[in-house]
Structures are given as C-alpha cells and as structure tokens.
Design a protein around this ligand. Structure first.
Ligand code: NAP
Ligand code: MG
Length: 464
C-alpha cells in the first residue's frame, strides 16, 4: 500500500518531529501493509499554528468560492474512488463492494451537499432591528474513528470548510491511509495552504494534544463514550465548543401490524453491514410475544446469508475481535439463547467473528445494554406497545432506531416517544442531509446537512 511517511501541514507533506511510526495492519490477513508517522504534541502544534494562520483569509473568502473548493473536493474524492475503496478494504477489512458503494461513495455525496449548502446558506439574518451574522467558529480539531474512516472525516471537514473554519485532523490509528488519501484530495481541490492539516498518531498522544490545544476553538470527536467523556471535560474546562458523536444501542422496534419478514431481514442486514461496526446499528430487535418464535426463526434463516470471510469482513483489529467475542461469551453466561454464531473464531487467520444472533435476551442483560460493535443481534420480547417503548428507551444511549408498523402514522406515533436522534420509519432510506447525532449519552451536537453546518458557526448580532 502507498503511504506517506510525512504529515500534511500548511499545504505540504512535511517530516514529523519524532521518529515513531504506526504499523497499519490488514485485519483480513493480519499482515502489516504500511507505516505512517506517529505524531506528537509538537506536530499537532505546528498543524494548529498553520490552521490559525490560514483562518482569517479562509473565513473572509466569499461562500461561493468556498463552495467551489468543496465541489472540487467532491470531484477529487470521486476521481479517487477506486483507490479509496481498495485502501479502506485493506486497512478496515470491509468487503470491496461495501467499500465502493458506502465507504467511498457516500463521502462524495456529503462533500457535494456541503458545496451546495455553502453556496446558498444565509450567513446573515434579520431579527427585528438586528442583523445577525453567522461567523465561523475558528480552528477545528477533528478526531475520527476507523469504522467509517472516510465518511467520518468528510462529515466533519466538509461542513467546517463550508462554514469558513480551518481544520486539523487526527484520524484513527487503524485507518490512517484513508486520511492521507483525503489530504491528497484537499490538495487537488486547491484549498489554500493551512486550511486543512493532517496529523497521524495515537489517540493518547496526538489526539489528546489536539483536544487540549489552547488555540483550537472547537473539538469534534467521534468514537467511544470513555474518550468522549474525557474530551468533553477538557473542552468544558477550557470553555470551548465540543461536538461528541458517541456510541449507540439502537432498537429495531417491530410493532404487531408490521411486515415481520421484511423487518427482520432488513434488521439483520443493518447489523451485519460493516461487521456490526456501525454506531447507529439496530442491535436490539424488539418483537411482540405473539410473533416472537416466528421472528426468531426468520432471523436464524436471514443470518445464514452472512458468512464471515464472504459478505462479512473481519473486525478492525485483534482487540475489537477479543472484545466482541467476550460479549458473546457474556451473553451465553447470562442465559441468552444462541441461535446462530457464537464466540469461536470462524477463520484461523484474520480478526473475524461469527455473525451471531441471540434470542431470549432480557433488557437487563449486558448484551442488551452495552455497545458491542460487532456482528451480534439480540432479539427481545415485549408484551405490549408501552412495554416495547420502555425497552427501546431503556439504555443510556439514544443514537438511532427503526420502527415498523402497519402504516407510517402508527410508526411515527411510536417514534415520537423514542429518546433517540434518528429513526427509520418502515424501512426509510438513508438521507445524507438528515441531522445525525445522539440523545442522552450518545452525544452532543449533530452532523450532516444544514444542522451539521450550524455546529461550525457562531452568531454575532448587530443592532441598528
Ligand atoms: P476511541 O479510542 O474512542 O477512538 C476514536 C478516536 O479517538 C481515535 O482517533 C482515537 O485514536 C482517538 N483517541 C483515543 N484516545 C484519545 C484521547 N485520550 N484523546 C483524544 N483522542 C483519543 O475508540 P476505539 O478504541 O477505536 O473503539 C472502542 C469502542 O468505541 C468500540 O468498541 C465502540 O464501542 C466505540 N466506537 C464508536 C464509534 C462511533 O462511531 N460512535 C466509532 C468507533 C468506536 P486511536 O485510533 O489512536 O485510538
Ligand atoms: Mg482507541
């Protein structure tokens, strides 16, 4: 795999201050495919200084010109679609068709959506005798995870640039090659030097330095609740803006009148995609007592289509594989009924986990409460609609979910009572403009579309 042994700072690839490197591993065959520099606080500082220096001119650039650069960025990503997909497959392990369609495909749409929004957003409004200016927040520190490596970068960088902010990105240590390709795309798009900067490195070193840097105005983080809590506390102490997109334990609620087969099949597919490494995955399937056995049988059947090493890739690394297998063991210990899969590794090489379905899961079990981040579905039984709502809302998370009912009206009535940031109604389609983010401990702030743009703006009111 092609890799830069440098950081992208102030419009050029530059040597890192230190000599440490990170080995990038292909999780499907466990081979080292590249090395990238492990940045330190000094590299982060150089990148933040470049972003600060570039900020006044970028903030003053007319929105139409920022829009033109974002269109060029979307085009540059589209032109690199094949190499992006191959790289994501190599460092994340996702099957190539998924990398092509979702991992490489969706970010082009998102970048293009921000080109469009930058061009037509009202960065000024009138309220009575006041003119309210919507101004860029400043220098953004973006810290991203590995599970949708390009999407999560674009979902932060594109709105930040549209708003007039400049950015320093610290991508996940497991997927830095995708981030380097993204940096190349920003260069090809003709962004002025310093507007986008990349520092690869470890979370505890480079990530920590970026989150704590006093000249960063906003930290946007996606990842685990444990790290998010720490970043929120650091930002709070410094009185700076923070956006946190954390975990989830979303419910797939199948109401009595729903098309059961469709709801179960789509629900299983939703979790198995990306080996279950999706923060918004509907990992809890809720079915009424009357149709419970039928749903379990449908699920057992549906999961046979998902084979590790074929449609289901490995997990990203050995640690995540061990973690997920540990949760499956815990489910068995706590008395859930394994109807498919289990804790044993399905292949000798690669960080694979068997696609797993548990029945007879009760709401208090660990596997019904904690984010597993692997190809594991729990099927829970409810007695009536209020019971279903109690179970659906009965975790610390609130990121996403699904409701299936006899008609949209009934599904919407249920969705209105859910404590969650996004709900798919009777199999609704993905919308790259819909705000995405969490209620409760799933996070703070929203990404995508106009709501995602608003995160990077601050308001100033002028009275006349
Ligand atoms: P993580 O540690 O929270 O990683 C997310 C990002 O934060 C990475 O870039 C990481 O760098 C960085 N980071 C780590 N420690 C940091 C610190 N002290 N200060 C600043 N940045 C820091 O997540 P993970 O360890 O990769 O995954 C663990 C669990 O998190 C998963 O099992 C899953 O439950 C959850 N998760 C959720 C999402 C989501 O989309 N909400 C995504 C990924 C993971 P490194 O890459 O060097 O660690
Ligand atoms: Mg980590």
């Amino acid at each position: 795999m092609q890799a830069h042994d440098q950081m992208y700072i102030d419009g050029a690839w530059r040597p890192a201050v230190g000599r440490d490197t990170i080995a990038v591993v292909n999780p499907a065959d466990e081979q080292v495919i590249a090395h990238v520099p492990a940045g330190t606080a000094e590299d982060v500082d150089a990148a933040v200084r470049a972003a600060r220096a570039a900020f006044p001119a970028w903030a003053a650039t007319p929105p139409a010109e920022r829009a033109a650069r974002l269109t060029a960025l979307a085009d540059a990503l589209a032109a690199r679609k094949d190499v992006l997909a191959e790289t994501i497959t190599a460092e994340l392990g996702s099957p190539l068709p998924l990398s092509q369609m979702v991992h490489a495909g969706v970010p082009v749409l998102v970048a293009a959506s921000y080109a469009e929004l930058a061009g037509r957003h009202a960065f000024e409004e009138r309220i009575g005798n006041s003119t309210v200016l919507l101004e860029p927040v400043g220098v953004v520190g973006a810290i991203t995870p590995w599970n949708y490596p390009l999407h999560q970068i674009v979902a932060k960088v594109a709105p930040a640039l549209a708003a007039g902010c400049t950015v320093v990105l610290k991508p996940a240590e497991d997927t830095p090659l995708t981030a380097q390709l993204f940096a190349e795309a920003t260069e090809a798009a003709g962004l002025p030097p310093g507007v986008f900067n990349l520092v690869t490195g470890l979370g505890a070193v480079a990530g920590q330095a970026l989150a704590a840097h006093e000249d960063v105005d906003l930290v946007s983080f996606t990842g685990s609740t444990a790290v998010g809590r720490q970043i929120g506390a650091t930002a709070g102490a410094a009185v700076k803006r923070v956006a946190l997109e954390l975990g989830g334990k979303s419910a797939n609620v199948i109401l009595p009148g729903a098309d059961l087969a469709k709801a179960v099949n789509v629900g299983i597919a939703n979790v198995m995609t990306n080996s279950g490494q999706t923060c918004s995955a509907w990992t809890r399937m809720l079915v009424d007592a009357e149709r419970y056995d039928e749903a379990v049988e449908l699920a057992a059947n549906a999961v046979t289509k998902y084979v590790a090493g074929e449609r289901v890739g490995p997990l990203v690394n050995a640690k995540q594989q061990a973690r997920v297998r540990g949760y499956i063991e815990k489910g068995v210990e706590e008395g859930a009924r394994l109807i498919s899969g289990g804790p044993d590794a399905p292949l000798e090489t690669g960080f694979y986990v068997s696609p797993t379905v548990f029945a007879d899961v009760t709401p208090d079990m660990t596997i019904a409460q904690e984010e597993i981040f692997g190809p594991v579905v729990s099927i829970l039984r409810y007695e009536d609609v209020d019971d279903a709502l109690r179970i659906a809302n009965g975790t610390v998370y609130g990121l996403a979910g699904a409701v299936w009912a006899a008609d949209d009206e009934e599904a919407v009535a249920f969705a209105r009572r859910m404590d969650t940031g996004q709900v798919d109604i009777n199999g609704g389609r993905f919308n790259p403009l819909a705000p995405f983010g969490g209620y409760k401990q799933s996070g703070v702030g929203r990404e995508l579309g106009p709501h995602g743009l608003a995160e990077y703006l601050q308001t100033k009111s002028l009275q006349f």
